[in-house]
Design a protein around this ligand. Sequence first.
Ligand code: G6P
Length: 366
Amino acid sequence: TQVEKGGYKHFMAKEIAEQPGVLADALNHYLASDDSGLALPAEVDFTGVDRVTLVACGTAFLACQVAKYWFEQIAGLPVDVDIASEFRYRDPVLSPKSWALFVSQSGETADTLAALRHVQGKVAKVVSVVNVPTSSIARESDLALPTLAGVEVGVASTKAFTCQLTLLALLALKAAADRGRLSPEALAARLAALRNLPGVMNHALQMGDDVARIAGQLAEAQDILFLGRGQMFPLALEGALKLKEISYIHAEGYASGELKHGPIALIDSHVPVIVMAPRDALFDKTVSNMQEVMARHGQVLLISDARGVHEAGDGIWASLTLPEVDPMLAPILYAIPAQLLAYHTAIAKGTDVDQPRNLAKSVTVE
Ligand code: G6P
């Protein structure tokens, strides 16, 4: 297996490092070779679709939560997002003109498969975004779109997540174009930014040493909070999920603005608060939430771009600086520090990164 790990200590490290490569492969597959536009299958036509229901579990569910922001903000298309194990039992109201989209790395998650069977015949199209193209979920959907991340072995999902996000971003852009919400020029600009993303990710992967130093200190914590606003809120959830999965440190993700409605009661000098906030239109609001944390002696780790880190000023405990990208793509890029923080914290604690206790790569029971 040392060979399979390609010289890395763990599959997770290898899979984190593979992301620029697999992302470039996925883009080559789904973008026209001359970059003139999207190359999605012809059935991906959102004309007349009135709603999209996104259903998944775990990390794939968090990819769906990011996609909700994209579909609604860029395409003006209403989206519901559900955890698969909840979906069937809440008697969802489904429009016959809607699409249901199931996202799964393995394509075998029992709850997601049951949710898929529940919508069959009730919606216009059942689409899946899956990493294993021969899986049950892929086979039982009307249209299966492979994420092309390659085999993922580490139990904690990494490269499958960023490939899911990339494909969902392309679908949201297609919806926007089909609905007349995106000029050809605006689409071209977004696709060019996507083409640059693998290179930008490579850059982000270089910060492993900085992350390892910070993780050494995070490993001492009992509780860690992740905060994010807007499309970075699901990334805060993903940061917390990754960290608890493999380091066993209690971590929670919160919407920045929700801090004052509960979790602020936990803040003292022993609680690191990780803020994921590119310098976007919501940045100033998140900075004021960060100041509320610092006023209570919370240790803030700010993950932002150079402008954001500069504008945040003094008083933060540590920062990680990422390149600036098209705001839409920030969730894909910010997955890298979330993964690296979890990985290095687990290393510092000496836990089993690839096979965390009590967890399975694919959960085929309900
Ligand atoms: C398990 C894995 C997670 C994964 C989730 C959903 O809990 O440990 O990493 O996100 O299942 O799996 P799926 O294969 O449906 O994406």
